[in-house]
Design a protein around this ligand. Sequence first.
Ligand code: AMP
Ligand code: MG
Length: 340
Amino acid sequence: MTPHLLSDSHPLFHELQFTLRVVRQAAQLTKQVQAEMTGPALTKSDRSPVTVADFAAQAVVSYWLAETFPRDPLVAEENAAELRVPEGKSTLTQVTTFARRLLPHIAPEAVCENIDRGTAAPALRFWTLDPVDGTKGFLRGGQYAVALALIVDGRVQIGVLGCPGLSAASLPDNAGPGSLVAAVRGQGAWSMPLDGDGTFTRLRVSRRSEPAEARLLRSFEADHTNTEQMDAAVRVLHLQAPPVAMDSQAKYAILAAGAGDLLLRLLSPRQPNYREKIWDQAAGALVVEEAGGRISDLDGKPLDFTAGRSLTHNRGVVASNGHLHEAALRAVRQIRQGDK
Ligand code: AMP
Ligand code: MG
């Protein structure tokens, strides 16, 4: 049974119950795909496990969203174009096989239709989904997350991360049950085991305020950040510990749980005009804020979820326990001077 984190008179009570249930089930499905499709037989460059997990998770979340809140659009990362062409047929068969574990009678065509329902445009009230955030982590056996958020009037109201590679206390633990991390605006952030035994823990950011002691989180993938500037941040802040490299919004869960203090998404020199996708940030941002932390772009501006599928008005991300935010922004300003 899903624990009740909110009073049942809260206006988003049903939305939260729905989000917890679908993210939990989609995350467990991705874990099954990982267990059954990855292994020694697979070549390193074969992305098929994550492709199958991505599509199956999006099909399932989209199906249940349409059943539960039929008027709400879904803005999700994937579309079914590559499953509809003849070369995609065997992948579609695999996606359908996994989707049927949760939706026993779904037809391949309905799998595609549900995936494509996720190509809607943002509206006054809509949901945003990253079915597998951290695809490289998924393939490497590192961290990844199923991320679903509800956005109303440009503000994230619910954010839930299903993190199969985190412990219930939101620490990295690939052997554990995984964790489900949830936040509701104004109500707090919590973590619970992904397999749902009914216990949940309130998440609170760390109280660390001495920059040199900060535990800095960064992307594992060098191409998603700026490694030279990351090294410069370590020097400017006099960090004693090297940054912790981790894939996906699991980093936000770690920050919210007080197991990290600062997170930087610096701009990759290979994609200096990169804009963050809303599904890569919405759920994690609310988790950080509701655990008492702060999140902004590299210039200190709030993340603006009113501008479509990307954070068009923002560059990069700084997230922190709050205490370290101003020091982090000053350091970022200093190290980015050569950027502009
Ligand atoms: P992470 O695991 O934190 O590196 O974030 C994974 C997300 O980074 C993926 O879902 C991508 O959408 C996103 N991404 C892709 N290219 C870039 C880039 N150049 N800069 C920042 N993020 C990127
Ligand atoms: Mg992503």
